[in-house]
Design a protein around this ligand. Structure first.
Ligand SMILES: Cc1ncc(COP(=O)(O)O)c(C=O)c1O
Length: 419
């Protein structure tokens, strides 16, 4: 088998050809076992091939695979909405299902523009919202995602994200600075009355795994209320228990106008959703948004229902919180021994180790440590605008012994790179 016939546009952390997978492990055809601490970029939260999800997919596939939602409605689509409802922030009771994160982001921005009659959106420095044209325009985590495609759709303005460690400030100083800059943006580039929405990841993902301080999200809520702008939260990576809360934003006590979800929602089946109050969704004329597959694939819906129920039945949110603390403690201990780890941060099982050399971001070191971990069969992804962050994002089913094994490998990898 060769990669020759696959587009070289895909970057590859590894060229492992996976034969099968279970829990936190991937296996190749030769039986080599890999610890998957990428979760397929935050997707396989219930672990690979969770029996509940496998059963739901198998049973559904023999009964109904697809009923295009404009033509006929699979009962699983209605059941998923009912299953998600109790987990929604107050007032949010209506869903638009689609396939990918980017598609849901674009849909949410379309909704915000239609609902407010305003053209502009504010996003944040370091944001990642996807690869389609408008999602790319809303993305600023790396130039790689934009080079060669600009000019992109207009009406997008970036404000700084309170990334305290990068600024070398306390969290409060970073929040104060970012709020001042946001205010300046609203006075100089996009007037409030032409700004439809503020779009933010409650935990900056690709941009470096930086949680937004609760005071910052609270201030955004207030600014949106004051000016009639919508607050759209992108919980595509941080949702479904990843941060030790079902939604990362609940740590700040705010309620969004629109919540976007994907990744962890269906254990690997392609699926995303825009959630908003019914009266906001009603601002969309019939036919104003759509798509062939969204909401119509009963197998995907069944996988999502099984995923949500499994997260609840197996207390995976609590496990993410507990294991996240355990992982962070272990990494903090390594930070004490290896000064190249400049910062350990994160919520739940969305944890970052940021690498620095002589006080500067070090992509080389980060890459070397990730490679050395991989040589020891531990898969770890990097992130960050300077590619100097290793992100820890294991399936939410991970246990202490598995974290111990991974920390042990990481310690060896660090020693080998730094010796
Ligand atoms: C926070 C966030 N938003 C949006 C996206 C885009 O999702 P997709 O790749 O499914 O289009 C991602 C993907 O990594 C993401 O992490």
């Amino acid at each position: 088998m060769s990669l020759q016939n696959l587009s070289p546009a895909w970057s590859h952390l590894t060229e492992i050809v996976v034969d099968h997978a279970e829990g936190i492990y991937l296996y190749d055809a030769q039986g080599h076992r890999y610890i998957d601490f990428t979760s397929g970029i935050g997707v396989t939260s219930t672990g690979h091939c969770h029996p509940n999800v496998v059963r739901a997919i198998q049973e559904q596939a023999s009964k109904l695979i697809f009923a295009q939602v404009n033509c006929a409605i699979p009962p699983q689509t209605l059941e998923l909405a009912e299953t998600l409802l109790p987990l929604m922030p107050k007032g949010i009771d209506c869903f638009f299902f689609s396939n990918s994160g980017a598609e849901a982001i674009e849909g949410a921005v379309k909704l915000a523009k239609t609902a407010t009659g305003r053209p502009n959106v504010i996003a944040f420095q370091g944001s990642f919202h996807g690869r389609t044209a408008l999602a790319m325009a809303l993305t600023s985590s790396k130039t790689t995602y934009r080079v060669g495609y600009q000019p992109l759709p207009s009406g997008v303005f970036f404000a700084p994200f309170p990334y305290a460690y990068r600024y070398g400030w306390s969290e409060d100083e970073a929040v104060d600075f970012c709020l001042r800059e946001l205010d300046l943006l609203l006075h100089t580039q996009t007037a409030p009355h032409e700004t439809a929405a503020i779009l933010i990841e409650p935990v900056l993902g690709e941009g470096g795994y930086v949680p937004a301080p609760p005071r910052f999200l609270q201030a955004l809520r207030q600014i949106c209320d004051e000016h009639g702008m919508l607050l759209i939260l992108d919980e595509i990576q941080s949702g479904f228990g990843r941060t030790g809360e079902f939604w990362a934003h609940t740590r700040s006590g705010i309620t969004p106008d629109v919540l976007i979800m994907a990744k962890g929602i269906a254990s690997g089946m392609p699926m995303s959703a825009i959630a908003a109050p019914r009266n906001l969704m009603e601002k969309w004329q019939v036919g104003a948004h759509g798509g062939t597959y969204g909401g119509g694939n009963a197998v995907v819906m069944a996988a999502a229902i099984a995923t949500v129920k499994t997260i609840q039945q197996e207390n995976l949110v609590a496990n993410a919180r507990e294991m996240g603390e355990y992982l962070k403690d272990g990494l903090t201990e390594l930070e004490g021994r290896f000064p190249v780890i400049g910062d350990v941060r994160g919520w739940g099982l969305m944890v970052a180790t940021e690498f620095v050399k002589d006080g500067q971001p070090s992509a080389d070191l980060t890459k070397a440590v990730s490679k050395a971990s991989l040589e020891r069969n531990l898969m770890l992804l990097t992130c960050g605008s300077y590619a100097n962050v290793i992100r820890w994002i294991p399936p939410l089913v991970v246990n202490r012994a598995q974290i111990d094994e991974s920390l042990h490998i990481f310690n060896d990898a660090l020693e080998s790179v730094l010796s």
